[in-house]
Write a protein that binds this ligand. Structure first.
Ligand code: ZN
Length: 73
């Protein structure tokens, strides 16, 4: 599949870091599996990955943590 953003390269399997911010809350999730464009760096998540990522964010919010770095599980 060709990258839809730059149309210059095939996207390849890899992992990325995704930051979240909501008011005072900041979370960085590392090692999120994604398909990555080697030219422009665009990361495309699978739907299941996006859903698991959101539940990780919600869990961190509920723990009352305001500035966290997590690994994707
Ligand atoms: Zn690209």
């Amino acid at each position: 599949m060709i990258c839809l953003i730059c149309r210059q390269a095939e996207i390849v399997p890899g992992s990325t870091s995704i930051p979240f911010e909501r008011g005072e809350f900041r979370l960085l999730v590392n090692h999120v599996p994604a398909r990555i464009c080697p030219v422009c760096g665009e990361a495309i998540l699978e739907e299941m990955t996006a859903i698991r990522l959101l539940s990780l964010v919600e869990g961190t919010l509920q723990d009352g943590l305001m500035d966290e770095v997590r690994d994707f599980e």
